[in-house]
Ligand binder design. Sequence first.
Ligand code: PMP
Length: 442
Amino acid sequence: MMQSIPGNVFPRKLDGPLPQAVDAEGVWIIDNQGRRYLDASGGAVVVNLGHARKELAEAVSSQILHGYYAHPTMFTTPVVEEFASALTAHAPLGIERFYFMTSGSEAVETSIKLARQIQLARKEPGRFRLIARWKSYHGLSLGALSAMGRTSFRTPYAPMLPQVEHVPPPYCLRCSFGLKYPECDLRCARFLEETILNLGPETVSAFLGETISGATLASCPPPPDYWRVIREICDKYGVLLIHDEVMVGMGRTGRWFASDHYGVAPDLVTMGKGISGGCAPLSAVGVQKEHFDLLRKTTGFVHGGTFSHHPVSCAAGLAALRILERENLIERAEKIGVVLGEKLKQRFSDHPRVAEVRGIGMLWGVELVQDKETCLPYPREEKVTERIWKKLFKKGIILYKSMGMAGKDGDGLVISPPFIIEEEDLDFVVQSLGRAVDKVVG
Ligand code: PMP
């Protein structure tokens, strides 16, 4: 086992070496000094099933021994086919065809291209525009970055990004229109219609949104009727609806897909992160069968990558899905998620620096502000999120950082443990977070 860090991996932290993760079990990561870290964010909201799952190791190694690569345009493989049909059983209504890739960014790119391809197949070549939302996260590649509404990530590259129109997100704490739900009559959703009309409906290909915002808005479920209104607007103007479920799909919110909470099926849905339990790079785009059938009869889909439909990653995905089914882990995520939410609310609802505790299932966020009444954020330079995060990391607790709710400012921490976590570990996380918040901003 290697004990020293040569430092050739680019880029790593500038302020000193990172600990080396050498082992893991359940909800714990163990470093080379023998320190244990409670992984209360499942890494980047990825490790849904817990660490070091034997079934995942067996599925991956068995697939390697049965063939780890065959050119994806020349062969399909049984495991890829089985995984796609297993996903069909749980995906939003009508989503029955899947394209597999390796990262969430790639899935978002694919969904944008696929929407455009569907519009071409419908003989609507003028529909090239994408509408996305401010304060959103969609990935690191240039297409996904164009769609992303987190300004600090976009701005440095802005002149080279394709134009994407952005509309306000359903973020009631800081409503862009200064309104309150439900009297607002979902102004943010209805603004989409206004935007489509201003751009010209004949130019709009798709609307892309995280079904429940995660990375930038620290878990922010929209009002119950938000997606129904958006779906109606999209249908009225022939605009395709893309749900980005890279973070929230595959059980994270206590349902297979977050769209299940809203009774709305998208035209396209992206998946990633937890889809393989974190043991292999894997992402997917699911598409309504009717769109797939149209493409099949007309234009096809001009797309393909070296590692598309990778059998080893799909073996991991299939094994992860079977664990969710067999162990009823999504029901567990729903139930223990309620407990986690209650504990967080109990500890933070009256806290003078906590603007809101919000979330669903196993995805909860705590948003921090200078002033609860005005929601005044801390300046980014104060690095409030990072300081709290660092204190917890030193204590051996891992959370996920969420920043940028208020332009470049805005601070939050996301608690998103593996679904198998026990209640006493949740107590430890919530109490430790409480102490860290008190120390840094209390
Ligand atoms: N979409 C969403 C909603 C995400 O949260 C993320 C990652 N945080 C991505 C896309 C990009 O995924 P990846 O980092 O795997 O490229």
